[in-house]
Design a protein around this ligand. Structure first.
Ligand code: SAM
Length: 328
């Protein structure tokens, strides 16, 4: 058996969400304020060499899966090159991508060639005007072209992530199910989280996914299902179709006891929990010339400090950083 990286609650940490930039070409209402530009400068970001070093260390310690995220990861120059370098790490079993899809048409093929097997695309509406309004100017046709390109490139599974907001897009959940049946994608519904002022104001539109599931059950026959991938979603399958629907419920039913992940931000900050401030700065130690074994010790020591759980419900005002800074 290979190495296992465990925290002090005996959880095996085998998944890193790797943010390659905090920049984004969209301004989703629940994520970034309109016109927001206060991003970190590229000099602050880990270089590809530094990222490869850190991920190599993680994989030698027991991490098996990495997801490229951001910000919008496809805004980082030469992303396929980084993907290929990570894919070549011998212990890494799964390399995936989360994207808003706007630039996916251009990059899907190169990323697939570089070893990105699967992709999650954020898509909160199938109505062009509403999509533009939720995303601060996003173009639905570009995302749909990106989705088609991912399918053509052979990425699989392609998952659609929809943040469900009461009074904003909750009237579209049935349409989204139908769309994903037609497209052959997996669909995941996500509850709005109170991250940053944007997430907190969007919490006014919070809708428990229990309600969404009840509504869908009136129209579709939902069967229990499993989906590999180790994520926090609980899945059902729509009878008579191949569609799997996942429900990601950080608020109504948190899944911290089985949390298997940490997040590495673009500037090298290692966040141990999405909903807590605990973090370790990797960039200074990398740039001071830390050795490989020392780097592994540093990571081990950080993982021991992973908090037991988030407190989105108990302390909804706690997290001031936006999701795009952490690496969503
Ligand atoms: N730009 C990429 C994308 O769109 O998938 C990756 C980063 S984005 C921050 C990752 C995911 O976080 C998206 O699916 C987005 O909808 C979700 N997200 C951002 N802020 C959120 C919030 N306050 N509550 C729930 N989900 C949020």
């Amino acid at each position: 058996m290979g190495q296992v990286l465990t925290d002090s609650f005996n959880r095996a940490i085998e998944y890193v969400r790797l943010s390659v930039t905090d920049r984004c070409d969209l301004r989703c209402t629940y994520c970034l304020p309109p016109g927001y530009r206060d991003f970190s400068e590229p000099e602050a970001w880990l270089t590809f060499d530094e990222i490869e070093r850190v991920i190599r260390a993680f994989t030698e310690l027991g991490v098996r899966r990495v997801r490229l995220t951001g910000g919008e990861p496809l805004t980082r120059q030469q992303l396929p090159e980084l993907a290929a370098r990570l894919h070549a790490l011998p212990q890494l079993e799964d390399l995936s991508l989360s994207t808003n899809g706007m630039r996916l048409k251009k990059y899907a093929h190169a990323l697939r060639q570089a070893g990105v097997q699967r992709v999650n695309i954020s898509l909160d509406s199938l109505q062009a005007e509403r999509f533009a309004s939720i995303t601060g100017g996003g173009k639905l046709n570009k995302v749909l072209a990106g989705l088609a390109a991912a399918n053509q490139a052979g990425m699989s599974p392609v998952k659609i992530n929809m943040v469900v907001m009461k009074g904003v897009n909750d009237d579209e959940v049935e349409d989204m199910v139908q769309f994903c049946i037609e497209q052959g994608c997996t669909l995941r519904f996500i509850e709005t989280m109170p991250m940053g002022d944007t997430g907190r104001s969007a919490s006014g539109h919070y809708l428990s996914l229990e309600e969404v599931r009840r509504r869908l059950a009136e129209r579709f026959e939902l069967l229990p299902a499993v989906m590999s991938g180790g994520g926090p979603a609980r899945y059902v399958r729509v009878a008579g179709t191949d569609l799997r629907i996942g429900f990601i419920t950080p608020i109504s039913q948190h899944f911290c006891a089985s949390c298997n992940r940490v997040r590495l931000a673009a500037d090298g900050t290692l966040y141990l929990c999405l909903g807590q401030d605990d973090k370790f700065e990797l960039r200074p130690v990398l740039r001071q010339g830390i050795g490989h074994e020392e780097l592994k010790d540093f990571i081990r020591a950080a993982i021991v400090r992973k908090p037991e759980k988030h407190e989105f419900q108990e302390q909804p005002r706690k997290i001031i950083r936006f999701m795009s800074m952490t690496g969503g």
